[in-house]
Design a protein around this ligand. Sequence first.
Ligand code: HAM
Length: 420
Amino acid sequence: MYQAPRGTIDILPDEQNYWRYVEQKAAGVCRLYGYQRIDTPAFEETGLFTRSVGQGTDIVEKEMYTFKDKGDNLITLRPEGTAPVCRAYLEHGMSNLPQPVKLFYFADIFRYERPQAGRLRQHHQFGCEAIGESDPSLDAEVIDMAWRFFASLGLRNLSLVLNSIGCRQCRPDYIRTLKDYYVKHAPELCPDCSTRLERNTLRLLDCKKPSCQKIADAAPRSADHLCPDCAAHFAGLQKYLQTLAIPYAINHRLVRGLDYYTRTVFEIQPEDAGGQSTIGGGGRYDDLIEELGGRPTPAIGFATGIERIILNLKKQSIAVPPLPIPRVYIACLGEAAREAGIRLGADLRKAGTGVIVAAGSRSLKAQLRQANSLAAQFAVILGEEEVRAGTAAVRNMATSEQQAVSLGELLSVILNEQGD
Ligand code: HAM
């Protein structure tokens, strides 16, 4: 027997109401903030990601699904959604539109990670990108949008952590200071951090090992090494977050795992959770569009993993509305009844009502049992004799009340009974 590949999940019908709930809330929030939907391909040229996410990152080094297609093109299944949106922004001349251009997406994302709860090899993200504006009020708006989105889902006890990692003017000096500090601590570092020291010093701050965390806590802080513009930007963002009454904490060790970030980085975390279960994160990427061949174009965005949201909805026992189900079940006994049932089913569907017409030749009892397990509101029972007499029985499945209705009135009786 085949099984779904390790780190992937089947989203079964039972789970679909969670997905619909999250997607509808996301689309609702996007409407409130003026974001338009974009869909990009599930795969791109590999270079797009190595260039943007960064050579020294875990994603590029260890996690990308990369292969040569039959045309010898080097292809990668998207390991994140920001670079493809920027590629589309450039490809379709969106810099000529009023800026910032605000886009959102639902996308499946592929990362070859070690699977565990909330960590998959194919997961799904809702993300948004606001491209073409550097004002810190836009950073605050994106964070506000993420924050309102989680609130609209009913999630509680989330926390927002924030940092500024500077720009290409001030960051090199900071990285030098950071490296000097870490070189002094080199013998105490874990093997991963020892290799990162040369290649991606900033990521040392992110190490989850307790011994490295102690060193990271005392490390020089990027927020203390910002140039005047970045410092003003970070102060502006904090002022607007206060205006919006969004509680935040500055975490000097927050650097995020993708190289394209500049200035603002942020994450939203559930209570009781370590960095492993961050439900959303994002930040500014002011150099990325230029890096991909466009004019200098500041931008900021955010993404959240839908599987992790659903884990938290369940953990917090948040009730999610059920999906609509067919409300009428037509039980048929005999060929004449089946024909009448098929006709009635077609008429009800034309009137917009969901119907299941029983197929096969099960007993009436078995058909009613099925109507019950499908949670139909009404069963219409058509037997040979009823059809000959021009009637049918309409059974309210909740109360088991049953009434005889003439076939001519059946449609209007059911439509009235349903109240829709
Ligand atoms: P990211 O932090 O790598 O950011 O991913 C965003 C969110 O996707 C995470 O907060 C988490 O909820 C979810 N996620 C990540 N990896 C997995 C996984 N293996 N399994 C399940 N869920 C996962 C980005 O991807 C950036 N593109 C976000 C962004 C948009 N920055 C600016 N604009």
